[in-house]
Ligand binder design. Structure first.
Ligand code: UFG
Length: 343
């Protein structure tokens, strides 16, 4: 089976994707500098799969180290590039760190691909590129207009998509699939891997689970005066294992030359929008725990409502989000309980 390079493979989505790749028979080499993850994640992956992925502590901004990596693992046939900074607020404070890291990492990989005869790359993008779609574009499909980015983080995703586009145009030998994620949540059903937020979580689900666990006194719901049925924002929450599986399908598509053209873009979402309030209430009900909350001011930069039209991914990739939200929210809690035990 082919060997795949997974950058950011000890991170949240990267670790779940590594599991799915290895379970599909691929060999994986993970590259991660552990700036937002820890090496213990490899134990979790091994416990699930029964095999340990290769691992190299490399920062993808380091061209020379990456070059050596491709020499060492000369049989790499594809790359899944997750490694990136991803905190929206932090990117506003430290834009250059975001531009340097997110953009240079990708450029290094794209430069090294033809040198080492690696043809295929899957890139982690985000629905953030759509901004707030107008009513005519909801649910949002891949042809919706790209809107000016609301943060340096979002801008790095747009710029990286453009860099891929231009590179492929100039280098017909390279294939890329760009995956635009909606809101990934949940953990592996074994609770052996999951999301490990650093410090105070920014994202909704880690905040909800930490509040339910008593680590945070209460959840703050950012605004209930939006133009939505219950006034709270709407997102398309996709299970991280479903999301991980899409990467395996995308890679296989490239490795078996099934692509239509050498650059494809897919939305990865469920097609269903849920409000913050629906998420909180469903989480409480299925897990039988309380989540104290209060409604506070809107969070700056939040989008009111966005959810995916995943038809292209469903039809072309033959992939569909399968896990229901109740099970996903159960997995979030199971993972939090395991984190509590590990303390
Ligand atoms: N929310 C709260 N309280 C919290 C955290 C979040 O009410 O403590 C709300 C937010 O206001 C939002 C929803 O929960 O309405 C989801 O917020 P997240 O921070 O979990 O997710 P976002 O949709 O804001 O951000 C995600 C990714 C980003 C990406 C963005 C694109 O985390 O990387 O989608 O829209 F840029």
């Amino acid at each position: 089976m082919a060997r795949i390079l997974v950058t950011g493979g000890t991170g949240y989505i990267g670790s779940h994707t590594t599991v799915e790749l290895m379970q599909a028979g691929f060999d994986v080499v993970i590259v991660d500098n552990l700036m937002n993850s820890n090496v213990g994640v490899l134990d979790g992956i091994e416990a699930i799969v029964g095999r340990r992925p290769d691992y190299e502590n490399i920062d993808c901004v380091d061209y020379v180290a990456l070059d050596k990596l491709f020499e060492k693992y000369a049989d790499i046939e594809g790359i899944i590039h997750f490694a990136a900074y991803k905190a929206v607020g932090e990117s506003v404070e430290k834009p250059l760190q975001y531009y340097r890291n997110n953009i240079n990492s990708l450029v290094n990989l794209l430069e090294l691909m033809p040198i080492h005869k690696v043809k295929n790359i899957v890139f982690s993008s985000s629905c953030t590129v759509y901004g707030q779609p107008d009513a005519a574009h909801l649910p949002v499909n891949e042809n919706a207009p790209i809107q000016p980015a609301l943060s340096p983080y979002g801008n790095t995703k747009q710029i990286c998509e453009e860099i891929i586009h231009d590179t492929i145009h100039a280098t017909p030998n390279i294939n890329a699939i760009i995956l635009r994620y909606f809101n990934p949540i949940g953990a592996h059903p074994t609770a052996l891997i999951g999301e490990l937020p650093n410090g105070v979580p920014n994202n909704l689900l880690p905040y909800v689970t930490q509040t339910a666990a008593g680590i945070r006194p209460e959840l703050r719901i950012f605004g209930n005066d939006y133009d939505t049925p219950d006034g709270t924002c709407i997102r398309d929450y996709i299970d991280v294992v479903d999301l991980a599986k899409a990467h395996v399908v995308a890679l296989k598509r490239m490795l078996t030359n099934k692509q239509e053209g050498n650059e494809e873009i897919f939305n990865l979402g469920t097609g269903r929008g849920l409000s913050v309030m629906e998420i909180v209430e469903t989480f409480k009900r299925v897990n039988n725990v309380d989540v104290p909350y209060k409604i506070v001011e809107r969070r700056e930069g939040d989008i009111e409502k966005v959810w995916a039209d995943p038809t292209r991914a469903n039809k072309v990739l033959g992939w569909k989000a399968e896990r229901n939200t109740e099970d996903t929210l159960r997995s979030c809690w199971k993972w939090q309980l395991r984190l509590n035990e590990a303390k």
